[in-house]
Design a protein around this ligand. Structure first.
Ligand code: SF4
Ligand code: SF4
Length: 398
């Protein structure tokens, strides 16, 4: 252990690592590329693997190393390598080893199709220390490739998954609920349950995001793939008791009013996402140009101590937002946030009707909102949450 090159020891009281009692940066994401070797019908980010323009603009190996180094110096413990498809980068191995030598745990989001015996051997020798997350789009070639639109991708993904299993590299899988694979859910979950490192049922994406760069070509088809709020509720409540139990716990922690403040989650406080071109954003889905900090002009620390705190203070001036979301106790349940507003409307504070409906069908199912009410009209919401969460350990914050 003493001479392990993949463990960095830092003194806990090292001033440069901390602000008050928390690290400046505890975890962060790097989108190594927006390119992908798949072309999934629902994808909110992918550019084609051979997009030269995108490739040329991507951060160089050296620049990524500088960012990783600074992250470690700010107390960061975990980096997520994501994309697009992160394994598409030719320098992936070099960056992975560099991050691990800094002592960072590396969480890899991948479609598994580009995993090679060489990479599997590398991951088994130098463990990422975080389970690799693989998205699997179908259990059959026909369903999988109807989604990825790449011949041979099904076999490639399973080859990659077999390599992980053979080398005993911890990984978990995620699904995407799409018309082409919705009849395979049972088969998928049964198989996912056999993965030695699976500790819960696989999560699914189903309320798909539109294109996060607002390149609108695919948006109409992405909208058509989304489950209706009622279909989504049916899926979420397929194990009703489990759903209600989870929601009680969730509601006891997260239901509250947030007023006109736009950033109510922790994004940008001790984490964020560096995009493929060197802009540091508070969160992965938020690509509004005013919310990205150009790392050519400053450091991660500058963003975390100057740029993000100002951003996090932004308040809404949109009358529609002030009338609804500012007074709505479902804000924790609903995914309405500046990122979703950006993706759907191009600004930071316009309510997204689709997300509003999803939150309301769930709240009605849980009897938190009556059929003829909208959540922002409910005055006694605190009492309703208290009644619903009775028996849970966490108190309601109002
Ligand atoms: S594999 Fe992931 S990143 Fe690539 S196209 Fe599909 S959803 Fe997008
Ligand atoms: S449920 Fe509707 S009103 Fe409430 S926060 Fe979400 S979008 Fe706004």
């Amino acid at each position: 252990m003493r001479n392990n090159p993949y463990i960095a020891k830092r003194a806990i009281n090292e001033a440069s690592l901390r602000k008050a009692n928390v690290p400046f940066l505890s975890r962060f994401d790097i989108e190594l590329t927006e390119r992908c070797n798949n072309n999934c019908i629902h994808c909110c980010i992918n550019l084609s693997a051979d997009n030269v323009n995108a490739r040329e603009k991507e951060l160089s190996t050296g620049r990524i190393k500088i960012i990783l180094k600074e992250a470690a110096s700010l107390g960061c413990l975990r980096v997520r390598f994501t994309g697009g498809e992160p394994l598409l980068r030719e320098d992936f191995e070099e960056l992975y080893i560099f991050a691990r030598k800094l002592g960072l745990k590396v969480l890899i989001f991948s479609n598994a199709t580009l995993l090679t015996p060489h990479l599997a051997e590398l991951f088994s020798r130098i463990l990422p220390l975080e389970k690799i997350e693989i998205t699997l789009y179908g259990m059959k070639k026909s369903s999988y490739e109807a989604i990825t639109r790449v011949n041979g991708s099904f076999a490639a993904a399973w080859r990659g998954i077999s390599l992980l299993l053979d080398h005993k590299i911890p990984f978990v899988v995620k699904g995407a609920l799409l018309p082409g694979n919705k009849d395979e859910i049972k088969e998928f979950e049964k198989w996912a349950g056999t993965i030695p490192w699976a500790d819960k049922s696989p999560p699914y994406s189903m309320f798909f995001d539109l294109r996060c760069r607002r390149d609108k070509g695919k948006n109409r088809s992405i909208k058509n793939l989304r489950l209706s709020p009622e279909e989504g509720l049916k899926f979420l409540t397929r194990s009703k008791d489990k759903y209600v139990k989870e929601m009680k716990e969730f509601c006891s922690k997260f239901m509250r009013l947030s007023g006109d403040k736009l950033f109510t989650c922790g994004s940008g406080s001790d984490g964020g996402c560096v995009d493929a071109y060197g802009y540091f954003y508070p969160c992965m889905m938020l690509k509004h140009p005013d919310t990205g900090y150009d790392l050519k002009k400053g450091s991660l620390k500058d963003a975390l101590t100057g740029f993000f705190p100002k951003l996090r203070e932004i308040r809404s001036t949109n009358p529609e937002y002030l009338k609804r979301c500012a007074k709505c106790f479902l804000k924790g349940l609903c995914e309405q946030c500046p990122a979703k507003s950006w993706i759907e409307h191009g600004n930071l504070d316009t309510p997204v009707e689709y997300l509003c409906e999803i939150a309301h069908v769930q709240a009605r199912f849980l009897a938190l909102v009556k059929d003829d009410e909208m959540a922002w009209e409910v005055k006694d919401w605190g009492g309703r949450i208290k009644k619903f969460t009775r028996g849970c350990n966490h108190g309601t914050k109002s």
